[in-house]
Design a protein around this ligand. Structure first.
Ligand code: SF4
Length: 356
């Protein structure tokens, strides 16, 4: 039977309401201990974040939040008519060369939030009427998220919680979240290790994403919508269609249908556009001049020093980047988007977000 519009889903309560107070306190303690010799995400840097050290993700003891607001532009099953209570975390454990939010993910625009401030933000979004709490880019701040959630639950949080992730997640972190998260929304980006190494700086991304999505599905199963079309529990997989990468899209869809479930709810996204290192001319206007210069420095840091002198001889960093990512320096064509959607159906998937 189709899980959409299930009347029983109407009665589904957030999973954390089934956890005893002692269990919630234990989760918060475990979360704090994870920050010493940090292995909160697959980078496994081993730094002492509790002691102020910083790993690849650029975040130490406290999470940095860029914004917290009712988001009306997410999938309709999340935004509904009152918005999705979105909390955007700054920094990221990936370095996607086309990131459209790179001033947040790579520079870390925002300010530090202690656990009680995170809890207050969640409770404010609940008071504003949001349908859920939507944690965006949380992979590197799972300990801080757990601390904040435990505090918010103790103070009266009653909304389902969405974990909105790149899927570059550590299994230990996902297990710590088991029972706290109602809706997992992983973005499965690349199928090939070479592509992942080149475009997000993590060759193991496809392996970690498969493990993570399987674990998410084990915890919450396929997406359940209530009779008003609002998501209450389950997995929603996003896939951003890249130009010229249809074979990887098709492999991802086949894996989802065969190894996870053909009832997996999928958003085949058409929003890709060249940004960040793929199109450096797209520097957002909101960036202050010094932040833009910092971004330039960071982009240069990402280049192998051995390449740099040859790069300068060839005309500079911008020229090199334009060449390196020329294959994805365009939007996907209409026929590529149609072919990706057809590949998803051919794989056996049948539940798609926001289709007529
Ligand atoms: S969360 Fe940050 S410090 Fe911890 S392992 Fe990942 S990148 Fe390293």
């Amino acid at each position: 039977m189709a899980p959409e519009g299930d009347r029983e889903a109407q009665a589904i309560q957030p999973r954390y309401l089934g956890l005893a107070r002692a269990e919630l306190s234990a989760r918060a303690r475990t979360a704090r201990s994870l920050m010493r010799a940090c292995r909160s995400c697959p980078r496994a840097c081993g730094v002492d974040r509790a002691g102020g050290e910083v790993g690849t993700c650029g975040t130490a003891r406290l999470a940095i939040v860029d914004a917290a607001f009712p988001h009306r532009g997410e999938e309709s099953c999340l935004s509904g008519w009152r918005g999705s209570g979105t909390i955007f975390f700054a920094h990221c454990n990936l370095e996607c060369v086309f990131c459209q939010n790179w001033e947040i993910s790579q520079i870390g625009v925002g300010r530090e939030y202690a656990a009680d401030e995170l809890a207050s933000a969640m409770l404010r979004l609940q008071l504003e009427g949001c349908h859920n709490i939507n944690l965006v880019t949380p992979e590197h701040v799972v300990p801080q998220v757990v601390e904040g959630l435990v505090a918010a639950i103790g103070a009266g949080l009653r909304l389902p919680v969405v974990y909105n992730t790149s899927a570059y997640d550590a299994l230990d972190s996902l297990r710590l979240l088991d029972g706290l998260i109602d809706i997992y929304m992983p973005d499965f980006k690349f199928w090939e290790r070479d592509t992942a190494a080149r475009l997000c700086g993590a060759a193991d991304y496809p392996d970690r994403a498969r493990e993570a999505i399987a674990e998410m599905h084990r915890q919450v199963g396929p997406l359940l919508l209530d009779d008003q079309g609002i998501a209450r529990r389950g997995v929603l997989v996003r896939h951003l269609v890249l130009p010229g990468h249809l074979a990887e899209s098709a492999a991802i869809f086949r894996w989802l249908a065969c190894e996870v479930s053909p009832a997996t709810y999928v958003n085949v996204m058409d929003q890709y556009r060249p940004a960040y290192r793929v199109r450096r001319a797209s520097v957002p206007r909101r960036l202050a001049k010094d932040a833009a210069e910092e971004a330039d420095d960071r982009a240069e840091d990402l280049v192998d020093p051995a390449d740099r002198s040859a790069d300068r001889a060839a005309g500079g960093l911008a020229g090199r980047q334009a060449d390196e990512f020329r294959d994805i320096a365009r939007r996907p064509r209409g026929e590529e988007l149609c072919a990706a959607r057809a590949a998803a159906r051919a794989a056996g998937l049948w539940r798609f977000a926001d289709e007529g």
